[in-house]
Design a protein around this ligand. Structure first.
Ligand code: GDP
Ligand code: MG
Length: 795
């Protein structure tokens, strides 16, 4: 029965629409743990939904959600086919009982059931109540974080993607601090984000945890909840997306769920701002009184002769003192040790004889349970979750959102439509950004800046202002900073579309159908996310690589992302297009993006053959339902981007502009020069200029602007504008061929300091230095080739 052509049947052999029961999970180490954590455990039912357009990976439905796997990994999962009787899921009920939908949620506080009046020991009122906001990816963390903190957040480093840590104060409660942690599926160290989140909770010891759970995908989400409960910290569960659950006629018996989990559970809808106030009251209460979960003993004493139960408790006794000394919550330490978590094991510092005992206890359990220890623990958690869901969740028969997603997916990841749709969508995004919305807004802003400049000039003339100062303000600041600021609308529009694509769930699909293609150059489908974000800005793109579970993929992706033309380079393209190629603007712009991507592909091939040999990591990813991002989240993101951009324009670019203006206005004796050839700047740049001779770019002014571009790419334009304004404009100084070569060089050469700093943070100083050098070399070579090739077409 379980054999196909003489071998054991695996998930790979299951056809579209067919279902199977998982019998055993192969593979090893962290990857296998990840499979288990995602719910691929013996006994789980899987249904094959579709294959990616190129035949690999495969999309599965398991535990009520969509998971993607590569065929090679699917072949490691042994299954037994079942014949489907009716529609999926078991605990669906048809009746829509409105009384249940509008169930009363119990009170909390001093009369609440978690509150132990006798032993209460509230924190002093001055104590800052710190929270970790923990949840799966796409559970609505960003949305909730924005609702909780409003505009009160102070964001660390560069905002944008939910990958970096953000802190914020809950609105109306000045004595609180919420930290938005990266979205994670488990407390096992698989991707670097999981390690970040786990270490935050373990080491920084927030006062309480706010666990956000996607109620439409509750089985998978509760898996993390189980592990958080083991941390034995005050916790409140926020059941998000309740609007979708009730909207489809389902409900969740909140009171019963609270009872079973032993922590307050609050139904909310983050995007509709429902239930958030109640969540806040609960969160404040449990943190203030330090109310810990009532129960964390989820191992069933009756299951399989209590094998897992006995094992966990025996291990708990064995490691109790060590866990206390290491400051690791006991129950958490025990299950992690049973799962074989090396980091926690090392932290406990067990003696050899204790390790020996530990191994025996685990071996005994494995024998009794008939599963290896990791699978047994995952199964223990999922069994408990199943019990909770059976008792408390009335699933809607159908989910409008899920059906809608499936319909959209027929087109967006359909066999023949996926790639054309992707090209169409990206083309539309760029078209709308450059030709319609962004350009229109930019026009308006340019008019405003222009009239401001004229007004300023009038004032300066009326004041009889010193000529040098007037030059600084008009030629320096307005030419430099002004021309850069006018790009604000285009950059914001770009980020608007990119965040729309990301938050709606589309980019996850792109990763799904591009996986096979990307694997050819040694990357995995997930690397597409940083690359697409890279079109906006390299800084958040580099940070978003933290979702990649392997160091090799992460490094490779980080090294390739800067080749994606970032939005700060747009002013450069626009400037040269209007000066040299006014009729072929679209062609040149598109050409730049294409050259960037092509160079990245070549670089990837090169890396795959040299430094980064080996295989890309497995592709285990969730495909969330499509959702409309909330206006507030998008608004906030745009505001952050705009702020960030303006800050840069008025700090780095402003200072660079003034510095360049100063250096080009005076000579080494600080005398004002009449011919800028004699200025300090010309002399310094003249030293590096010969390097650019072969590219036809030996002019000191070009070299200076490229050097300034290292501070911020927009500076290339502000500097060129300023330096050439007296030479009668760049048109007279450079040929079309020279302009094109310069564009290619600007596209590819070293990323700006902000990007380099973020690369340094991720990979260390050596790699950051390498990136600077390597990209300059690549840029030089490609620009040289372009110079040679196009010398036949352009003059
Ligand atoms: P994160 O990945 O956990 O940060 O999740 P996001 O906050 O980015 O949310 C993922 C998607 O779910 C976004 O498109 C949100 O607009 C949407 N979303 C968040 N909360 C709710 C909710 O309560 N109801 C509905 N229907 N959608 C929501
Ligand atoms: Mg997010």
């Amino acid at each position: 029965m379980r054999k196909v052509e003489g071998r054991i049947m695996t998930l790979r052999d299951v056809k579209i629409g067919e279902s199977a029961i998982v019998k055993a999970v192969g593979g090893e180490g962290a990857l296998r743990q990840h499979f288990l954590d995602m719910g691929v455990i013996p006994g789980a039912k899987v249904t094959v939904v579709r294959f990616a357009p190129m035949g690999d990976p495969v999309e599965l439905r398991i535990h009520g959600y969509e998971l993607t796997l590569r065929l090679a990994d699917a072949a490691k999962v042994e299954v037994e086919k079942i014949t489907v009787t009716s529609k999926d899921d078991d605990n669906t009920e048809e009746i829509i009982d409105n009384e249940q939908v509008n169930i009363e949620h119990p009170g909390f506080g001093e009369g609440g059931k978690y509150h132990d009046k006798k032993h209460e020991n509230p924190l002093p009122n001055t104590e800052v109540l710190s929270y970790a906001l923990v949840g799966n990816q796409n559970s609505g963390k960003t949305t909730l974080f924005n609702q909780l903190t409003g505009s009160n957040q102070h964001v660390g480093n560069f905002p944008g993607v939910t990958v970096d840590r953000k802190d914020g104060v809950i609105q109306g409660h000045p004595n609180t601090l919420v930290t938005d942690l990266p979205g994670i599926y488990s407390m096992s160290p698989y991707s670097s984000e999981e390690i970040v989140s786990r270490n935050f909770v373990l080491n920084e010891k927030p006062r309480a945890i706010i666990n956000i759970v996607d109620a439409t995908n509750i089985e998978r989400n509760l898996y993390l909840t189980m592990q958080l409960l083991e941390m034995n910290m005050p916790m409140v569960v926020a059941l998000n997306m309740m609007d979708e659950v009730t909207g489809n006629g389902g409900t969740i018996k909140i009171n019963k769920m609270e009872e079973m989990l032993g922590v307050p559970v609050v139904p909310i809808s983050a995007s509709k701002n429902k239930g958030v106030d109640e969540l806040i009251s609960h969160a404040i209460h449990i943190a203030h009184y330090q109310e810990k979960p009532l129960d964390k003993d989820f191992c069933d004493i009756d299951a399989y002769g209590g094998a897992v139960h006995k094992c966990i408790h025996a291990v708990e006794h064995l490691i109790e003192i060590h866990a206390k000394e290491a400051g690791v919550p006991l129950r958490f330490a025990a299950t992690k040790v049973v799962e074989g978590d090396e980091i926690i094991k090392a932290k406990l510092g067990l003696s050899d004889s204790e390790k020996e005992m530990l191994n025996q206890i685990i071996a005994q359990m494995e024998k009794e349970r008939g599963l290896d220890s990791s699978a047994a623990i995952a199964d223990m958690r999922f069994s408990f979750i199943e019990k909770v869901c059976k008792e408390t969740v009335i699933k809607p028969r159908t989910s409008k959102e899920h059906e809608r997603s499936q319909r959209i997916d027929k087109v967006l990841i359909g066999k023949y439509t996926a790639i054309p749709m992707f090209i169409l969508i990206m083309a539309l995004v760029f078209f709308l950004t450059f030709n319609v919305i962004g350009a229109w807004l930019q026009g308006i802003l340019e008019i405003i800046i222009g009239s401001l400049q004229i007004a300023t000039e009038d004032v300066l003339v009326a004041m009889n202002c010193n000529e040098t100062i007037k030059g600084l303000i008009l030629d320096g600041i307005f030419e430099g900073v002004g021309s850069v600021v006018s790009f604000l609308p285009i950059i914001c529009t770009m980020f608007f579309f990119l965040s729309l694509l990301e938050d709606s769930g589309y980019i996850a699909r792109v990763a799904f159908f591009m996986d096979k293609l990307l694997r050819k150059v040694g990357l995995s489908g997930r690397s597409i996310v940083p690359m697409l974000i890279g079109f906006g800005c390299t800084v958040p793109a580099v940070m978003s690589t933290r979702t990649l579970p392997s160091e090799r993929d992460r490094k490779m992706t980080i090294l390739l992302t800067p080749f994606m033309s970032c939005s700060a380079k747009l002013p450069i393209y626009a400037f040269f297009v209007s000066a040299f190629f006014p009729k072929h603007g679209g062609l040149i712009m598109t050409g730049m993006y294409v050259i960037g991507v092509l160079v990245a592909i070549c670089a990837a091939f090169l890396m795959k053959k040299t430094v980064f040999r080996g295989e890309a990591v497995p592709f285990v990813m969730e495909l969330p339902n499509y959702r409309m991002p909330s206006a507030k989240s998008v608004g906030q993101l745009l505001w952050e981007k705009a702020k960030d951009f303006l800050q840069r324009a008025f700090s780095v670019i402003f200072i660079a502009t003034i510095l360049v203006w100063f250096l080009k206005t005076f000579d080494f004796g600080f005398n004002k020069v009449t011919d800028s050839q004699e200025s300090i700047l010309a002399v310094i740049s003249g030293v590096i200029a010969p390097l650019f001779m072969p590219l036809g770019l030996g002019d000191w002014r070009v070299v200076t602007s490229l050097v300034c571009g290292f501070l911020a790419k927009e500076s290339v334009v502000s500097t060129i504008g300023m330096l050439y304004s007296e030479a009668g404009g760049i048109e007279n100084a450079l040929s079309a061929l020279g302009a094109f070569t310069l564009l290619v060089f600007s596209l590819l050469y070293t990323p700006c300091v902000a990007a380099i700093a973020s690369i340094k943070r991720e990979l260390g100083a050596k790699w950051a230095a390498f990136v600077v050098l390597w990209q300059c070399i690549v840029a030089w070579i490609v620009a040289f080739l372009a110079h040679g090739l196009f010398s036949f077409i352009l003059r």
